[in-house]
Write a protein that binds this ligand. Structure first.
Ligand SMILES: Cc1cc2nc3c(=O)[nH]c(=O)nc-3n(C[C@H](O)[C@H](O)[C@H](O)COP(=O)(O)OP(=O)(O)OC[C@H]3O[C@@H](n4cnc5c(N)ncnc54)[C@H](O)[C@@H]3O)c2cc1C
Length: 386
């Protein structure tokens, strides 16, 4: 049997592409080395799948070609995905900041996509290793460890390298290179950062403004046994490169030095730790005051010392040692260079009939439902063009 479309990768973008192409009457085969489709959808959003963000625009994506995602996001919008859930009577809610989650479980979305695909005649070959892909005379030939397939078009939906234990590989990049595509170096993104000497603070969470390379995010940071995590750190990690410093303001609503100078006049006998504990967790305050040797009454401290403390809390500059790696990264930034791919259809400009979708491409969303929206939108436009 010759398929119209062969999709490698039964994740978010592959399933969405399959469903869209099959609903246009195409004969579609989906191959994946995992035994089950949608492994990352299953664990996304802590098992409740943050399936989109209603405020998604191109500004929520990191890419060396920042406007590439606009066309696909317009062709298939967050509202379009929500309508799909409404029609299927899948309950959902907005958690915060436009982040949409399933009420029950990510399984609702996997079942929806899988069942639609099956009812439209999509064939699945799961648990199969891809051995080789070749193009000859306008057809793609794919060999797995179990079978050989031929198709008119080939969609690469094999994602990025985050979470190898869920089946992530560098397949997308290898295949792209085979067809002479450039790869923007894949790196971990939405990933916790490593820091020396902060194990004593492990478990503490603070509302903070975090800046790096002219980008800033205000959300919680979380001290871990090896460094920093939490939404603000995950977000900024997508803009961080080895050697860059990150500036953290742990009191974004307060100019601490100015406040402490006033308090030195009005409450000279107050202990600095007691003053700071009204703004920050006590364990953090005690750690910093003991590290800076400031465990005294405020009147005993020189303005220079108060200024140093103000800087430590309002402008804490750190150079992380690295990231926690692909085992902990939510996504991969970088990937197939979008300058060689059509933004309207996701078709390769190097090889007719070859398409790249989802995280395989150099398009990386912020935390908050943007990555899955990219998977749906890019999968949809590729699916429409099969
Ligand atoms: C822990 C975690 C939580 C997340 N939560 C969210 C969230 O709530 N909201 C959000 O928007 N994003 C979230 N993401 C990101 C989101 O899941 C991904 O960006 C999205 O799934 C990418 O879709 P994709 O189709 O491109 O790739 P994937 O969904 O990763 O699918 C790729 C598929 O290709 C298959 N594959 C890979 N290599 C091969 C090979 N060599 N041969 C055959 N098959 C192969 C894989 O088995 C997989 O099925 C989360 C990610 C993680 C890791």
């Amino acid at each position: 049997m010759i398929y119209n479309t062969l999709i490698i990768g039964a994740g978010a973008s592959g399933l969405f592409c399959a469903m869209t192409a099959a609903s246009n009457g195409k004969k579609v085969l989906v191959v994946d080395h995992n035994d089950e489709a949608g492994a990352k959808i299953r664990i996304s959003g802590g098992g409740r799948c943050n399936f989109t963000n209603i405020y998604a625009t191109f500004e929520n994506y990191v890419s060396s070609n920042p406007r590439f995602c606009i066309s696909a996001l317009k062709q298939f919008t967050p509202k379009d995905f929500i309508k799909l859930l409404d029609d299927a009577k899948i309950p959902y809610h907005e958690k915060k900041l436009g982040q949409m989650f399933c009420d029950k479980s990510s399984e609702d979305i996997i079942d929806l996509l899988k069942n639609r695909c099956l009812s439209l005649g999509v064939v699945f070959d799961l648990g199969s290793e891809v051995m080789s892909v070749e193009e000859a005379d306008g057809a793609f030939l794919l060999k797995t460890n179990k079978a050989r397939y031929t198709s008119e078009k080939l969609v690469v939906a094999t994602g990025g390298m985050s979470l190898p234990k869920l089946g992530a590989t560098d397949f997308s990049y290898k295949l792209a290179r085979q067809f002479k595509h450039k790869i923007i170096e894949p790196k971990q993104a939405l990933v916790p950062l490593l820091l020396d000497d902060c194990a004593g603070l492990s478990g503490l969470s603070v509302d903070a403004e975090v800046k790096c390379n002219k980008k800033s995010f205000r959300e919680n940071i979380l001290f871990t046994h090896v460094g920093l995590s939490g939404p603000a750190i995950l977000q900024i990690s997508s803009y961080w490169d080895r050697g860059d410093f990150i500036e953290i303001n742990m009191l974004p609503n307060l100019d601490l030095f100015a406040e402490l100078k006033l308090l030195k006049q009005s409450s000279p006998n107050k202990k600095l730790t007691n003053i700071l504990s009204s703004y920050l967790p006590k364990r953090l305050v005690e750690y910093i005051c003991s590290e800076m040797k400031l465990d005294k009454n405020i009147s005993e401290l020189k303005d220079k010392e108060l200024q140093k403390l103000g800087d430590r809390l309002n402008h804490w500059r750190i150079v992380p040692k690295g990231t926690q790696g692909f085992n902990y990264a939510e996504v991969t930034k970088g990937g197939v260079d979008t300058k060689e791919v059509s933004s309207k259809t996701m078709e390769s400009q190097k090889q007719a009939g070859l398409y790249f979708v989802g995280e395989a491409l150099d398009v990386t969303g912020h935390l908050g439902g943007f990555n899955l929206q990219w998977a749906w939108s890019s999968g949809y436009v590729a699916g429409l063009n099969q």
